[in-house]
Design a protein around this ligand. Structure first.
Ligand code: COA
Ligand code: MG
Length: 292
């Protein structure tokens, strides 16, 4: 992992004002939306706004992603050709249900990279898994292309697709959520959790973020600036977690010198998996420091 994606903020592609705001927030990633957040008759205009925003605004260290429309093959490729002129970092592809959708887009990006004299693979791809077919085909989607850095889980479309009723405890999405984490881990990519749609329930957002982190997600989608800090903090190792990780690693080194692989630390058994988790915590903490 060399890129932190703790919070990924959606910003509608037809709103210059929101894109300016998003660029100022120091959020790890910004997903400029051309899909559901943009009304059909604003979609063409939005492409121009997006290209202008990417060319003129200073996004600082924020990753710049674009979510395209995939319901119409021509539109999809036109959107990519047009917006790639402003060189975003990558594309979020909604409602992916099989590897072929990703492979086709990747071929288009390869042509664009050749035309722009860029290295092949410069543009990243992030499939959004948000339908029943997407969940059952997730293993072939996750390994469809080297451009895939992360897979993103979308609960709202999935619930509609499978006829689930959304609830506060999120039990109805637990299986699919966990499948996304497992597939991401199996293929060495990041897992990003779904949006929290209730804008005024920041306490509940925190509970939802804690659960996502506990399940193994690397980050979570955001839809409002107020959500960004809570999400980024949750997915950043806390000072006590960093201290504990350092203690595990130093104790492990001391024990290793004595050829001891398993030992007790403050009442807990420590062996290799905990050491690897501690190393990952410290790597995340160090990346987080470099982002701030
Ligand atoms: N990105 C950037 N700026 C945003 C933002 C976002 N997602 N959501 C709100 N803002 C800005 C507003 O423009 C406003 O700016 P100002 O203080 O300079 O006027 C400020 O943050 C406060 O916004 P607020 O008035 O609380 O919200 P709103 O009523 O303007 O917008 C939403 C509410 C839900 C429409 C808006 O948050 C939004 O567009 N979210 C993203 C939706 C999306 O992309 N969905 C697709 C994926 S699910
Ligand atoms: Mg959607």
């Amino acid at each position: 992992m060399n890129q932190l994606r703790r919070a990924l903020l959606f910003s509608p592609g037809d709103s210059k004002k929101k894109l300016e705001k998003a660029a100022s927030l120091k959020v790890d990633s910004i997903i400029i939306d051309l899909e559901d957040a943009v009304a059909p008759n604003k979609k063409l205009k939005a492409r121009t706004i997006v290209v202008e925003a990417l060319s003129k605004l200073d996004f600082g260290t924020s990753e710049r992603l674009i979510r395209i429309n995939t319901n119409n093959a021509d539109t999809k490729y036109q959107e990519i050709w047009e917006t790639a002129s402003a060189q975003p970092d990558g594309y979020v592809v909604p409602k992916v249900e099989g590897p072929d959708q990703i492979e086709h887009i990747s071929q288009v990006l390869t042509k664009i990279e050749a035309e722009q004299n860029q290295e092949i693979g410069t543009y990243k791809l992030m499939p959004l898994i948000e339908t029943a077919k997407g969940i059952v085909n997730i293993h072939s989607i996750a390994q469809a292309d080297d451009r895939i850095d992360a897979i993103i889980f979308g609960a709202e479309d999935l619930a509609t697709d499978i006829g689930a009723y959304r609830s506060r405890d999120n039990l109805e999405i637990l299986y699919a959520r966990s499948v996304v984490v497992l597939a991401a881990a199996a293929y060495g990519i990041q897992a990003i959790d779904t949006v929290h749609t209730h804008l005024n329930e920041l306490d509940h957002l925190k509970i939802d973020c804690d659960l996502a982190r506990q399940l193994g997600f690397d980050g979570k989608l955001a839809i409002h600036p107020n959500q960004v800090d809570i999400i980024q903090k949750t997915f950043t190792p806390s000072p006590s977690e960093i201290e504990h990780a350092q203690l595990i690693i130093s104790s492990f080194s001391e024990n290793e010198l004595l050829d001891i692989g398993v030992f007790e630390l403050n009442g807990q058994m420590i062996d290799m998996p905990m050491v690897q988790a501690a190393k990952r915590t410290l790597a995340k903490a160090s990346l987080a420091r470099s982002m701030n």
